[in-house]
Design a protein around this ligand. Structure first.
Ligand code: 1HE
Length: 268
């Protein structure tokens, strides 16, 4: 049985649960361009901790206003005048939130628009699918601000675009947008209209898969990237042993066998 989840418990996130099991999660600090303060990070930890046990079939991560996320709340950081140890703990909370997001087993589709910069790109890169629109642009302004990434970019952004491009973005403030950003792997989709509509469509499609299958797709692949090839192959066999024999899959296999299931065809 899914656990109860109070969608009204947050100050900086707006949550809407759809009947399909899709949760729409909105970063809700538009006046601050959705900059990530410590409170928002704690809310993301709570959300991504609970969502896999609370019936979320997939999640659209969206944002209020014109910008997805301006990264670290620079004003809070300036005012707090943190010690090295304090900021290390801040970063560990970011990792807690983003690791729960990437490894939690619930598909997260990010609807990107406007600035996806610094920690905002770190957040986006922890999503399983990123959808960009014509307004979306990506940057790592840490270099200019006298800062360094602390929310997992050295792992996830380097993974998406390679370390040479990441270093260039940080050293020079290079901005990627449009088709170039897609070709590099910063997002998998680029839409002419609203990225939210496409993200919701993809989330609905993912939500139609069996939850255990989605759990494997959205946790096992990430875990296996951290393993040796030998261990990953072993883990893959174990995961497939569990997933590919799940009772709920039998009806889908039967539909293929009796030819009532849709066949896979090229796009028309
Ligand atoms: C903020 C932040 C923020 C806006 N922290 N308050 N990230 C950056 O270096 C990006 C900084 N932000 C910008 O470059 C721009 O604000 C945007 C391109 C995102 C948007 O521009 P614009 O013209 O629409 O907005 P604005 O006038 O710059 O800002 C509007 C308000 O949002 C203003 O507050 P107000 O109270 O004066 O109205 C800004 O102060 C506020 N705001 N961005 C705090 N980031 C774990 S380590 C991660 C390290 C990093 O993420 S470094 C990258 C930080």
């Amino acid at each position: 049985m899914p656990r109860e989840f109070d969608t009204d418990q947050f100050e900086n996130l707006l949550i809407e649960k759809k009947d399909s099991g899709v949760w729409v999660v909105m970063l809700n600090r538009a006046t601050k361009r959705n900059a990530l303060n410590a409170a928002t990070i704690e809310e993301l930890v709570t959300l991504f901790d609970a969502a896999p046990r609370s019936g979320a079939k997939s999640i659209v991560l969206t944002a209020a206003g014109d910008h997805f996320c301006a990264g670290l709340d620079l004003i809070e950081h300036h005012d707090a005048d943190r010690s090295p140890a304090d900021f290390m703990h801040v970063c560990l909370r970011w990792h807690e939130a983003f690791n729960k997001m990437e490894y939690g087993g619930v598909p997260v589709i990010a609807a990107l628009k406007g600035a996806v910069v610094g920690g905002g790109l770190e957040l986006a890169s922890a999503a399983h699918i990123r959808v960009a629109d014509e307004s979306t642009y990506f940057a790592l302004p840490e270099g200019q601000r006298g800062l360094f990434t602390g929310g997992g970019a050295t792992i996830r952004v380097a993974d998406l675009i390679g370390k040479a491009r990441m270093i260039d973005m940080m050293l020079t403030g290079r901005v990627y947008q449009g088709q170039e950003a897609i070709d590099l792997g910063l997002a998998q989709y680029r839409v002419a209209g609203d990225s939210f509509d496409k993200a919701l469509e993809l989330a609905e499609r993912a939500a139609a898969n069996l939850p255990l299958t989605n759990f494997a797709i959205c946790s096992a692949i990430s875990h296996m990237q951290n393993m040796s090839a030998l261990d990953a192959a072993y883990a893959e066999a174990v995961v497939a042993g569990v997933v590919n024999t799940q009772p709920d899959a039998r009806a889908r296999l039967a539909a293929f066998a009796d030819k009532s299931a849709a066949r896979i065809r090229p796009n028309s």
